[in-house]
Design a protein around this ligand. Structure first.
Ligand code: GDP
Length: 298
């Protein structure tokens, strides 16, 4: 394969500490604390989280000289500490079929993530059914069919423009009849008309509960790392319109380091079930707090 040399992503603290491991040795003072806060805000951590993280790092170090290595380690440790409690794979319940509703704005990577999840669970010996619930977007339905074929998983579709709740109901009936382990339901992501979307999601939930009153067992919100702090607003909105139980963050393979995940963990404490690290079917990884922290700090 043609491997282009990958330029190392610049480190988050380079501007503060220089790129040499120990230079310059600066005294941790108010000015340095402020610069640190600014860098963390620029890294999408949000003001509140950035302020808290910077303060925790400065604690016990004020007035002391601090080198780049120590600062990086301290930041990585602080980020990992915040992320540790939210790093949880998608729980698998004894309940069959486990119904997973997948929500998020269009373009966030819902369809791709469903394909990847289906493939992973299939490979782990689970039987999976996909419902192409974004019945208004023919392209999304087609895309899911392609993913389903690749993963070897049936994809249930409905005519364009038809009621997603009715498709979800039929899909659950099929999954139950087949004794499937997992039903993944795609949903629309048009935030332009929030009231409609809310009603659509509520109806899906209402209707599938006629077949299984404990469903959905998970509501996954898919977020795009390249949208930065915007993801915070998306979590706020989707928590109002659906009972979000966990997050997947996509596109962490690009230049976005996902600093927003730190503020999401700090603010909402929702589990991060997986991260998207590419466009291929195997490009879904468990969320590892230490790897994440190291990559973020650089
Ligand atoms: P949806 O509208 O939410 O269903 O989003 P899609 O699944 O169609 O994804 C939108 C675009 O993002 C597509 O071009 C995907 O290939 C791409 N994409 C999704 N996840 C990832 C990821 O983890 N990394 C990268 N680089 N691209 C992704």
């Amino acid at each position: 394969e043609d491997e282009a040399p990958v330029a190392a992503k610049p480190g988050l603290l380079d501007r503060l500490t220089g790129r040499e491991p120990e230079e310059p040795r600066r005294v941790m003072d108010d000015a340095m604390l402020e610069s640190l806060e600014e860098l963390l805000i620029e890294a999408d951590m949000g003001v509140d989280t950035a302020t808290r993280v910077a303060a925790n790092i400065a604690e016990g170090r004020m007035g002391r000289k601090i080198g780049a290595t120590e600062l990086k380690r301290a930041l990585a440790a602080e980020v990992a500490r915040i992320m540790e409690p939210v790093a949880r794979p998608l729980p698998v319940y004894a309940k069959r079929p486990q119904v997973v509703l997948v929500v998020g704005v269009n373009g966030s990577g819902k369809t791709t993530t469903i394909g990847k999840l289906a493939s992973q669970f299939k490979a782990a010996g689970k039987s999976v059914v996909i419902a192409a619930g974004d019945t208004f977007r023919a392209a999304a339905v087609e895309q899911l069919q392609i993913w389903g074929t690749r993963a070897g998983v049936p994809v249930l579709t409905a005519p364009e423009g038809s009621d997603p709740a009715s498709l979800a109901f039929d899909a659950l009936a099929r999954a139950q009849a087949d004794g499937a382990d997992l039903l993944l339901i795609d949903t629309a992501g048009r935030l332009q008309n929030r009231a409609d979307l809310m009603e659509e999601l509520a109806k899906i939930v209402r209707v599938i509960r006629k077949k299984d009153e404990t469903a959905p067992h998970n509501t996954l919100l898919v977020l795009d790392a390249t949208t930065g702090q915007n993801a915070v607003m998306q979590v706020e909105i989707f928590r109002k319109i659906a009972d979000v139980s966990g997050l997947v963050m996509t596109k962490l393979d690009g230049t976005a380091k996902g600093g927003v995940l730190v503020s999401l963990a700090d603010k909402f404490g929702l589990p991060i079930h997986a991260i998207g690290v590419g466009e291929q079917i195997d490009d879904l990884a468990p969320f590892d707090p230490e790897d994440f922290a190291r990559a973020l700090v650089g």
